[in-house]
Write a protein that binds this ligand. Structure first.
Ligand SMILES: [Zn+2]
Ligand SMILES: [Zn+2]
Length: 144
């Protein structure tokens, strides 16, 4: 009887060791996957912009910097239009700013203040490098 219980004890011990080993392997695998995260997609990037600077309806009172035109398209900001207010207090049409942020560095078109965290920008840049001319092939990049 003792031999049998010894046998089961060893079996149990070996199983525990094996499980611990598998767990460690699993943790290492997860870490590897984390360090090799793929570049963020355009929709994720736009979602992050939305989180940082939510779309709002333009009103005169909201306009903190007395800025009356969108400096991307150079047209007047009108009441009721969808705009984004950046932390630097600059206001732009939602579409104009999104297009700008997708095409250029993720900074304010006016004061170059950073709109998104550096790691997000780096990740997005990797994606952009992969498909440089596919995103906005007709956007005039000479405009500053
Ligand atoms: Zn605009
Ligand atoms: Zn700004």
């Amino acid at each position: 009887m003792k031999a049998l219980s010894d046998f089961f004890f060893h079996l149990y011990a070996k199983t525990v060791v094996l499980l611990v080993f598998l767990l460690i392997e699993f943790i290492i695998l997860i870490r590897k996957l984390k360090t090799h995260t793929p570049p963020i997609t355009i929709s994720q990037y736009l979602q992050l912009i939305e989180e940082k600077s939510p779309t709002v309806c333009f009103t005169r009172t909201l306009n903190m910097a007395d800025q009356l035109e969108c400096r991307v398209c150079l047209s007047e900001l009108r009441e009721g239009e969808n705009v984004r207010n950046l932390k630097c207090k600059h206001t732009f049409h939602k579409e104009c700013l999104d297009r700008w942020l997708l095409q250029f560095w993720a900074t304010c078109p006016l004061c170059r203040n950073r709109v998104l965290p550096e790691d997000v920008v780096t990740s997005y840049r990797r994606l952009r490098n992969q498909r440089e001319l596919i995103i906005f092939p007709f956007w005039d990049s000479s405009e500053d």
